[in-house]
Design a protein around this ligand. Structure first.
Ligand code: SF4
Length: 379
């Protein structure tokens, strides 16, 4: 039986995924050439004065890494090539936790996929992870990411040390020391939203949860190592596969759609083709924040075209590394939220220009990290 989804726009109607297929976006992601990638105004990265590491291109691309590179190659390079630490955020931690809860409950046998079971996992996981963090930092003060003692963390986690979720979540607890009641409240809202959207989780034929897939794509631009985790793979009654991704936030405003979600589901489709030997019929994103579903129907031609496109991006990444860390900058409103803005002259200039407009449209929000990073006056 399929996932049954009730979108907000039709609150009284219960629609099956197959009903929504008719409205799924079907326009293919248009491949771009490397000349269209961000970076036409590229310049060399400015490294921190105390940086003593070795910049290194990551070993492959994931859906999130691809989208991060296309959003701003320089920010991506600071994260992935230089490896500068970034502090997490409460929304990111909520997302990690909700994913864990939904993985746990949807991985169970159908009769046990209930809201009560999900909320019990939610509480148990929070208590367990908070216990690990408080054991390492009894005073519960946030620390910088590069100050977390990796050896002590692994020792404290014991049998959970190889569990990516627990490791990440406890690490984030240590660096953010968030308000646990606020974290719990937001996460519970996300879990409840899933059960509102899914009429009958016990009717879903789950093939895999948190399906970790790695592969190598052969493209006209060369080989591309890829990896990623698909939140859930289902088997539709018509026999085809469906890939799902949970988003704990709200769906993006269509006016600002940069194609990121379409690239993400196409990435999943291409990886599923490698791993399962069949092309999924549908890729779906469940936005828990506003209980919205986005669906995309795949074709083999579209997936082949997408792989070729990813090949051009991967070639661009290698080329810019070979040119001496010569990455492009996508200067714009998101510079206000970039953790590396102080190292980026163009981004700094953009934020200062916007800050003169105040905190509203065209300005810099009062809670944007760039205000503190650049020493701008509090709004
Ligand atoms: S400040 Fe802006 S342009 Fe500079 S790295 Fe960050 S997002 Fe990119």
């Amino acid at each position: 039986m399929p996932e049954q989804i009730r979108p907000l726009s039709q609150p009284s109607a219960t629609l099956r995924a197959s009903d929504l297929i008719d409205t799924a976006m079907s326009s293919p992601a248009q491949p771009r050439t490397t000349s269209e990638l961000p970076g036409s105004t590229a310049s060399k990265l400015t490294l921190p004065e105390d940086f003593d590491g070795t910049p290194r291109v990551p070993s492959g691309l994931s859906p999130s890494s691809l989208n991060a590179y296309l959003a701003c190659p320089t920010r991506w390079a600071y994260d992935k090539v230089v490896g500068l630490p970034t502090v997490t955020s409460l929304p990111a931690m909520v997302g990690t936790h909700v994913h864990r809860v939904l993985e746990g409950v949807m991985g169970r046998e159908p009769a046990r996929r209930t809201l009560d079971a999900a909320l019990a996992i939610h509480q148990d996981e929070l208590v367990r992870c908070e216990g690990f963090a408080r054991g390492l930092a009894p005073n519960w003060e946030p620390v910088l990411p590069d100050e977390v003692d990796a050896v002590a963390l692994s020792a404290a986690l014991g049998g959970y040390a190889d569990d990516g979720h627990t490791h990440r979540f406890v690490f984030d607890l240590l660096t953010l020391a968030p308000d646990m009641s606020e974290l719990a409240r937001r996460a519970e809202t996300g879990v409840r939203a899933y059960f509102t959207m899914s009429k009958d989780p016990s009717a879903v034929e789950v093939v895999a949860t948190e399906a970790s897939i790695s592969s190598t794509w052969t493209t006209p631009s060369g080989e591309v190592p890829v990896r990623g985790v698909i939140d859930r793979v289902d088997r539709h009654p018509d026999g085809s596969l469906i890939c799902w991704d949970y988003k704990s936030g709200a769906s993006p405003d269509p006016r600002f759609d940069d194609g990121a979600y379409r690239r993400q589901v196409l990435f999943y489709a291409a990886m599923s083709l490698d791993h399962y030997g069949e092309l999924p019929s549908i890729g779906g994103l469940l936005y828990l924040g506003d209980q919205t579903v986005k669906l995309h129907r795949f074709s083999l031609d579209e997936v082949a075209s997408f792989r070729a496109y990813v090949g051009t991006v991967w070639a661009d990444i290698q080329e810019r590394y070979g040119d001496g860390l010569d990455y492009g900058r996508a200067v714009g409103p998101l510079c206000s939220w970039c953790p590396h803005v102080a190292l980026c002259a163009e981004g700094t200039a953009e934020v200062r220009r916007r800050a003169a407009n105040g905190t509203g449209r065209g300005g810099v929000r009062a809670d944007a990290p760039a205000r503190e990073l650049l020493g701008l006056p509090a709004a």
